[in-house]
Design a protein around this ligand. Structure first.
Ligand code: GUN
Length: 281
């Protein structure tokens, strides 16, 4: 049976470390501040944003949510971003995605001050992934690394296969594994024989958004399996990996829920603290 990589416990340890670090920063007169811009009233986005605001405050940081109507103009959204860029008290700025269709997401992400870009989605930071040393890695990618490192999974020389190439998870995760000297294969929806690749993985990261995509025959014995998928099937939350069968063959596996998910918000806080340090110390 695989070792279950407990995301909740790892996230709790990250938060505990952060609370201490933030207390020390406050003694030096630095209180990190996170601003989240939320456009529209999508229930899932609103819920994520509330948990970000709550955790930031719980850890002793300042947090502010700017709520804009679903029909806000792109010009007005860009103006709000400019105001936050110019506000010296703001260390970290995040625009919750997805944005409404009438707004050019790329233009909005490029408007965020790269030094406050806590998601790591600004083109300048994306360029820095390619150099292996961005200011921050995107939160989910950073969470995957935190799980691997805190679970003592070696990366250098390992064969890592990433399924998915999204800008939010798949692509930055492949870059991060490469930066840590893994041999990386990036698979995606057009990959011809997915199984042929996934079976070679010492570390298999699945971020495709497709329930049951990876079954027991797709996994090498003893592999470390990181399941980033969050799918609702018959009212139940499941990942992209068929946990019940793969758990018997893998060496370690993250569950859904309770795996990568809890790390994502925790890493947003860690990224916020890092940007505050870089800007102010
Ligand atoms: N929506 C889903 N995931 C993310 C994320 O990582 N950052 C932002 N800003 N929005 C998201």
């Amino acid at each position: 049976m695989a070792r279950i990589l407990d995301g909740k416990a790892i996230a709790a340890a990250v938060k505990q470390d952060l609370a201490m670090e933030i207390a020390q920063l406050r003694e030096c007169g630095v209180q990190p501040k996170l601003v989240v811009v939320l456009v529209g009233d999508d229930a899932a986005s609103a819920s994520y944003v509330r948990s970000k605001e709550r955790l930031a405050r719980e850890l002793g940081m300042e947090a502010e949510v700017i709520r804009l109507a679903a029909d806000v103009s792109e010009v007005e959204l860009l103006r709000q971003i400019e105001l936050q860029n110019a506000d010296d008290a703001v260390d970290a700025l995040l625009v919750q995605l997805p944005l409404p269709d009438h707004i050019d997401t790329d233009r909005v992400l490029a408007a965020v001050d790269p030094n406050k870009d806590v998601d790591g989605f600004h083109p300048q930071n994306i360029g820095r992934y390619a150099m292996g040393s961005p200011l921050v890695w995107p939160c989910t990618t950073a969470g995957i690394l935190e799980i691997l490192v805190r679970s003592s999974v070696p990366l250098a020389g390992q064969t890592a296969v990433v399924v998915g190439r999204s800008r939010i998870v798949g692509w930055p995760t492949a870059q991060l594994l490469l930066a840590h000297n893994a041999t990386v294969v990036q698979c995606h929806s057009r990959t011809k024989d997915l199984t042929e690749f996934t079976r070679q993985a010492d570390i298999l990261v699945v971020a495709a958004g497709q329930a049951g995509l990876i079954g027991v025959d797709d996994v090498r014995e003893g592999a470390v399996v990181i399941d980033v998928g969050i799918n609702r099937v018959d009212g139940r939350l499941v990942g992209d990996v068929d946990f019940d069968s793969v758990v018997a063959k893998a060496g370690a596996i993250t569950p859904v829920p309770g795996g990568v998910g809890p790390l994502t918000v925790a890493m947003l806080m860690k990224n916020t603290v890092r940007l505050a340090r870089l800007r102010r110390l």
